[in-house]
Design a protein around this ligand. Structure first.
Ligand code: 5GP
Length: 260
């Protein structure tokens, strides 16, 4: 497959035409941004961590009956996808109150949202992605009522599957954002699902395992992203880490007293 001209460039990904009809290449760049692009950096390997997590999640969802745009990986940061007519909506599913829902509404951070809350924003940077409701979505002709119903149903199915996937690795899925597109009459999951677009908390420690580490400078972002990829894909630790683990095992140092 040959990469052709640039179709679109966003804050962290670029999308290219290809010589194959109906297929595009998504490049996951090392750029990371937050606060509407107000905070920006380039972090080595960030693109490949997000691409690996996304590819793994897309394959998992496909296996469980969710249509996604994923075709295959070309290399660690280039993903071949089915071309979709993207729907300019950011569909956010929330299991626990955190982030903007706590800033904007009287929810207590960390409180359970059961059933999960779906929030849909208009994907429009210039307007700062304002929240929509069903009437606005239909009046703006962004989606029909039937499509909207389908989108919400798929979003909840994805939520159930991701909650299960994360829970098996000791991770709480707090919330996530997804985007959809049309492939003929089918509504198909597009964009990415990665540490940039999910809010994840470690079940034991409560630590953030996602872009909040970058947003609020809570630690080493790339170490966090790498650890999430390892946990969800059960990938063997990188060589440097294996060495560190081996050194720890052979160390004669007394173990530290257990923290209470
Ligand atoms: P919040 O509304 O609390 O800022 O975000 C809710 C969830 O959706 C978080 O997991 C957040 O990372 C994700 N999210 C919201 N807006 C965007 C966006 O523009 N890009 C990405 N990648 N994720 C978003």
């Amino acid at each position: 497959m040959k990469q052709k001209g640039l179709l679109y460039t966003g804050k962290a990904k670029s999308v290219y035409h290809t010589d194959v009809k109906g297929q595009l290449i998504v490049e996951f760049r090392d750029d990371i941004t937050a606060f509407d692009g107000g905070k920006k950096d380039r972090l080595k390997n960030k693109g490949s961590y997000n691409a690996e997590a996304s590819a793994f999640i897309f394959e998992y969802l496909e296996k469980n009956g969710v249509s996604t745009h994923f075709v295959k990986m070309l290399d660690p940061r280039h993903m071949v996808v089915r071309e979709l007519k993207m729907i300019p909506l950011e569909v956010i599913v929330r299991n626990i109150a955190a982030g903007s829902i706590v800033r904007n509404y009287p929810f207590k951070e960390g409180s359970k949202l059961n059933p999960p809350v779906i929030v849909i924003d208009y994907k429009d940077d210039a307007r700062h992605d304002p929240m929509l409701n069903d009437d606005l979505i239909v009046a703006l002709k962004i989606a029909t009522p039937a499509e909207l119903e389908k989108i919400k149903k798929i979003a909840l199915k994805i939520n159930t599957l991701l909650v299960k996937l994360m829970a098996a690795q000791g991770i709480t899925l707090v919330d996530f954002k997804i985007e959809f597109g049309r492939a003929g009459k089918t509504i198909c999951l597009g964009d990415e699902i990665s540490m940039d677009s999910m809010r994840l908390w470690d079940k034991k420690t409560g630590e953030s395992l996602d872009k909040d580490v970058y947003r609020f400078e809570k630690g080493d972002v790339m170490e966090t992203y790498n650890s999430v990829v390892q946990r969800i894909t059960k990938r063997a630790p990188a060589k440097a880490k294996q060495k560190a683990v081996a050194a720890k095992k052979t160390s004669t140092k007394k173990p530290a007293a257990k923290k209470r």
